[in-house]
Design a protein around this ligand. Structure first.
Ligand SMILES: Nc1ccc2ncsc2c1
Length: 242
């Protein structure tokens, strides 16, 4: 997968050389390039923002540098990338979207700052590539960079060969629309707290049922919205009896 990131703070992405993402880049699973938006400015001050039409606080990112950056990174003679723009006004980023993005061959992330990017940049880009404004949650950051780091980690870990134990993807929270069950390791008893007996029983059927029930209980307690969204065919009669 090729990933291009455009930001006025490219140094934000230094952590991507670490750990699993660093390894994914080293072994060619991920080709990542980070670009400074100011590369596509032409004035002595390398200006990327201006005051908002209609008044209001803050500044808006000018369309010209973005237009030239997207022209350079998404040339018309190449298959179009998917453009992702973090925004508090975006569609929720979910594990399902992470899987969707992990299947793409080229992602292009546009990191806004200030009050955001002139909307015409997205409107023009949408004439030749899929554009998705994405929200990480109902809160506001200083810009899109941290959101891109989160999305990149969520997507990269789904790429083939990145996670040592791919099986763990099957059991983690949100893998099947539920939260995962509690997990334990040695010692069997610690400060008066014991590991649930069933997990030490060696009965894999009982263990699988216990984990599903615990995941359902956690989901019902902490994220009833996920339970409500679960397709009914994903809940069998044993679950309802639980
Ligand atoms: N451009 C921008 C500004 C704030 C913010 N908060 C979450 S995503 C995002 C993107």
């Amino acid at each position: 997968m090729r990933v291009d990131v455009v930001s006025i703070f490219p140094e934000y992405f230094a952590p991507l050389d670490l750990s699993l993402i660093g390894r994914a880049r080293a072994n060619g699973v991920l080709q990542l390039a980070v670009h400074d938006l100011r590369t596509w400015t032409h004035d002595v001050h390398r200006t990327v923002d201006d005051t908002p039409y209609g008044g209001g606080p803050g500044m808006v990112m000018r369309p010209e540098p973005w237009g030239e950056a997207l022209d350079a990174l998404a040339p018309v003679d190449a298959p179009p990338p998917r453009l992702l723009v973090p925004s508090p006004a975006g569609a929720p980023f979910t594990q399902a979207m992470a899987y969707e993005l992990a299947a793409e061959s080229h992602l292009l992330f546009a990191c806004g700052r200030y009050e955001g990017i002139d909307q015409r940049v997205l409107a023009h880009a949408a004439t030749r590539m899929p554009v998705t404004e994405v929200s990480l949650g109902d809160y506001v950051l200083f810009g899109g960079e941290v959101a891109v780091l989160v999305m990149l980690e969520a997507v990269t870990r789904l790429l083939p060969g990145v996670l040592g134990n791919a099986g763990s993807l099957d059991e983690e929270s949100h893998a099947h629309g539920l939260l995962e069950a509690p997990i334990y390791t040695k010692p069997p008893s610690w400060r008066g707290h014991d590991v649930p007996e069933v997990l030490r029983s060696g009965d894999h059927g009982k263990i699988a049922r216990w984990r599903r029930e615990e995941g359902l209980l956690r989901t019902a307690a902490r994220r009833p919205d996920l339970l409500a969204a679960l397709p009914t065919d994903r809940l069998d009669k044993r679950d309802i009896a639980a």
